[in-house]
Design a protein around this ligand. Structure first.
Ligand code: SF4
Length: 860
């Protein structure tokens, strides 16, 4: 550990002083040519941002400028202190009603990211035609003109050959300017293959709320007024949405509410909870079923929302069928069916055998939780749901909110408030015959096939199966991919079994990567384009909700650029459109010219104007007083950009009771909405719902498929060979996967309970460690059926025996000189995804992250 720490510090010294280049040409090309290109482009050749001596020299003072952070999916509105064009400090934007001026630890790492000397500084092209992990790409610098011309030529070739469906766009972290590049450009070129990262994030989290209350979205939680919270596999103080706001308010929440955290390892939130339930991985649904059973048998459901037995006598008795006509529901649907099909025998004792939590504790938690109704929350995170059989866990954990009437209620679980941004102009008139024909092809990720229903909002194939696109590419099924563009994604690191992506990208003849850093995806690319950093250098906006509000917060270029970057979602597509027009295909450029400045009516004439006009166009209803529809009101664009954030009206509680977007309009315990979606999917494939269940690895047959229910976990690996279940989690310092080249990430890593600074530790319960003869500090190897990694052992009581927990984020073999131990060769720490197989929660299309695999632990 000390050796790594020393190495890390000397590397940092190298960055700030005499920059020591790695032996690989990747970074060499970027660093050397960056200086040349910058000088040629009129930028000062030195890294001004890193020269500490002239801070404030020009003006003697700086100013706080509005910004937006996308370090995680909280999407907080921020302010950045800028002196002489240089960002020096970050804080929450006090104008946001969502995050109330609050910040979080990882927001500060944004400054290390933007001034990272290992950023890509100029366009580059690959000169080594061979692709593979051991093949140095031998990138050389090229001009923007050459890079964009090459890309345009490849697209024109596809169009000439009627092969536009062989174009693919892969999206990673995005703003709501995304549709320019992701949707409009892909459609006008003529491809169906715009593949988002969404299914490696948390789609299964939306599955339960949609098939109970018609909400395909993340929820907000009224923590300020709640009295009880069950938090399932989420860590709001570290990694779930609104970390800044929760970090600010949690002290008073703890004073007022009882908090139960359900997760196999002790999280930051768990460490501050009243009760930590270290559930066995994959068994959350057993616990949820027993909680529901107790709430019903004890007569503690919230009658104002759910209704009651007509004669007031509680007939929910162990193992007793109930007649539907005896119960009169108010705002819910199918409670008695749910009881009869699933809950009547799910006692705490039954659950205790499966989930490893005592029956007494289950009973007590159920009673206390229900007594707090309706100001009670069942908070469903990724832990119980991003599993092979997690779709129904998502439903049953979320269904508890129906029993307590916490849904859409004060102190409960809410949807997002209304906002009034506009969609970009439609592309249809600019799609020619080639484009229309190309677009009709099947998508590369197999969504909508029998085994991949991906039932986003009830539609068969409406969702994405991100990780399966690698197999589509490898097997040329439904077709080969010839030209691919990825932006701010790193599927070669962030997807389960990433080695498949290495092979898939090696197979594609022409890959473009738009990125800030040279990631594992970049390594397999042919052209690399340097991207702006969202927080300091880009025009854009995002929407987010929390604290009973929604905000729309804008991104602006607020610092002097250090190198010659262009923006992924607006400037680069415009520049490609210009090159396509030069080659006789001007549809895309003509479409982009429709994004006129709402203030002047002027059409854009270059990429900078396009980026600005597109943002003004999308947000006009928020800043133009003549178009005001609700929420904050501004005098115009200038005031909006100064404040940086628009806030919605406050949350209208209980307005959705009886008007939910389900088939019945009610909160569905028996999901007519899911029944219809599954039946339509089965019909499309000329088969039965039972066969759909079988094809998607679910056990339920018949009517059980339509109610929230328990399923045995489906975990890869034979327990005799692989005795431990692997537990993946996220850090307070993970800016998604992009913190790894920031020294502060390592220096402060021990902020995460059980973790160590400057190390990547796998946490093992001491009981297991003693049995294995492993002690803290030992170098160990974790092996799953699909891969292995090396890291350091840490014996710690904060993990359930029989499991091993490790934080996601390290294990990069590129990304920067600190991220990798030896750039292009040796990773620093281990990438959890090397252990996790490419398996799916298929009803939502989600990639499995939790309870996905067993591992064995050995001394390395
Ligand atoms: S890292 Fe996440 S919680 Fe922190 S400021 Fe950025 S968006 Fe907000």
């Amino acid at each position: 550990m000390d050796a790594i720490k020393k190495e890390g510090k000397s590397l940092m010294k190298g960055f700030l002083g005499n920059v020591k280049l790695s032996r690989r040409s990747f970074i060499k090309a970027s660093a050397v040519t960056g200086a040349a290109v910058a000088a040629g482009a009129g930028l000062k050749p030195e890294l001004k941002a890193l020269a500490a001596s002239d801070v404030g020299a020009k003006s003697g003072m700086g100013q706080w400028l509005p910004a937006t952070c996308q370090g995680c999916t909280s999407w907080c509105s921020k302010q950045v202190y800028v002196i002489d064009g240089r960002a020096v400090k970050v804080r929450g934007n006090p104008h946001s009603k969502v995050n109330n001026g609050a910040g979080c630890p990882r927001s500060h790492l944004g400054i290390q990211q933007v001034y990272d000397p290992d950023r890509i500084k100029t366009p580059m092209k690959r000169t080594n035609p061979k692709k593979g992990r051991s093949e140095d790409p031998k990138f050389v610098p090229i001009s923007w003109d050459e890079a964009l011309s090459t890309i345009a030529d490849k697209i024109i070739d596809l169009r000439k050959n009627n092969e536009t469906h062989k174009y693919m766009l892969m999206r990673g972290r995005y703003s709501y300017m995304r549709d320019v590049l992701y949707d409009r450009m892909t459609k006008i070129i003529g491809s169906p293959n715009n593949i988002s990262h969404s299914a490696i994030c948390a789609e299964a989290e939306k599955f339960g709320p949609y098939y109970t209350e018609g909400l395909w979205d993340y929820r907000q939680y009224d923590v300020a007024s709640t009295r009880y919270m069950l938090i399932w596999g989420a860590d709001p103080l570290a990694a779930n949405r609104q970390v800044s706001y929760y970090s600010q308010i949690w002290g008073s929440v703890i004073d007022r509410a009882e908090i139960v955290v359900i997760e196999p390892r002790l999280s930051a939130t768990g460490a501050k909870a009243d009760i930590w339930m270290p559930v066995k991985p994959g068994q959350d649904a057993a616990l949820a079923a027993a909680l529901a059973h107790v709430i019903l048998t004890e007569g503690l459901w919230y009658k104002e929302f759910v209704g009651d037995f007509i004669d007031g006598e509680n007939r929910f008795v162990l193992n007793q069928q109930v007649y539907e006509e005896d119960f009169e529901e108010k705002y819910t649907y199918g409670l008695v069916k749910w009881w009869n099909l699933e809950l009547k025998d799910k006692t705490p004792e039954w659950a205790a055998e499966r989930c490893g939590i005592s029956a007494d504790q289950i009973r007590q938690v159920a009673i206390d939780y229900a007594k707090a109704a309706p100001h009670a929350i069942s908070w469903v995170g990724g832990g119980p749901v991003m599993q092979v059989r997690g779709g129904y866990a998502s439903m049953i954990c979320h269904a508890l909110n129906g029993l307590t009437g916490g849904v859409d209620n004060v102190g409960g679980t809410l949807k997002s408030n209304k906002e009034y941004t506009s969609k970009f102009p439609k592309p249809d008139d600019f799609m020619d015959e080639i484009a229309k024909k190309g677009k009709k092809h099947e998508k590369i990720d197999h969504r909508g096939r029998l085994e991949f229903p991906a039932l986003n909002k009830g539609k068969s194939g409406g969702g994405v199966v991100t990780n399966n696109a690698a197999d589509g590419i490898l097997n040329e099924d439904p077709n080969e991919i010839k030209v691919a563009v990825g932006y701010m994604n790193n599927f070669t690191f962030s997807c389960g079994q990433p080695e498949r992506w290495e092979r898939a990208l090696s197979k594609i003849p022409f890959v473009v990567h738009i990125t800030t850093n040279a990631s594992e995806f970049t390594w397999f690319s042919d052209i690399v384009l340097p991207n702006t950093h969202h927080m300091f250098e880009k025009w854009g906006y995002v929407k987010s909700h929390g604290n009973g509000y929604r905000h729309v917060t804008i991104m602006q270029p607020i610092i002097e650029p250090v190198w010659d970057y262009k923006t992924d979602e607006t400037e680069i597509p415009w520049l490609i459109a210009e090159k396509l027009a030069e080659r006789g295909f001007d549809n895309l450029l003509r479409h982009f010219k429709e994004y006129k400045d709402p203030e002047t009516g002027k059409e854009p004439t270059n990429e900078k104007e396009f980026a600005l006009f597109a943002l003004k166009f999308a947000t006009q209803n928020l800043w133009d007083p003549a178009k005001h529809r609700g929420g904050d009101k501004f005098s115009g664009w200038e005031e909006f950009t100064k404040v940086g954030v628009w806030n919605s009206d406050p949350y209208p509680f209980r307005k959705r009771w009886g008007k939910m977007k389900t088939k019945t309009g009610m909160f569905e315990f028996y999901s007519e909405t899911l029944k219809e979606a599954l039946e339509k999917h089965a019909e499309k494939h000329n088969t039965s719902v039972d066969n759909v269940m079988e094809a998607t690895f679910y056990e339920a047959r018949g009517e059980r498929a339509f109610v929230p229910h328990y399923e045995e976990p489906y975990i890869d690996g034979n327990p005799n060979e692989y005795p431990f279940i692997f537990v993946d989690y996220k850090s307070k310092l993970n800016r998604e996967g992009r913190s790894a080249n920031c020294s502060w990430y390592y220096e402060f890593k021990d902020l995460d309970p059980g973790d160590e600074a400057w190390d990547d530790v796998a946490k093992i319960n001491p009981v297991d460690g003693i049995k294995l003869g492993i002690k803290s500090g030992d170098t160990i190897r974790l092996t799953s059926p699909t891969g292995k990694i090396e890291c350091t052992a840490k014996l710690w009581e904060g993990v359930r025996p029989g499991t091993v927990a490790k934080c996601y984020g390290q294990g990069h073999w590129v990304y920067g000189r600190l991220a990798a131990k030896e750039f292009g060769k040796t990773p620093r720490g281990g990438n959890n995804n090397d252990l996790i197989p490419a398996v799916y929660e298929r009803l939502s299309g989600s990639t499995v992250r939790h309870a996905g695999t067993r591992v064995k632990i050995e001394k390395a």
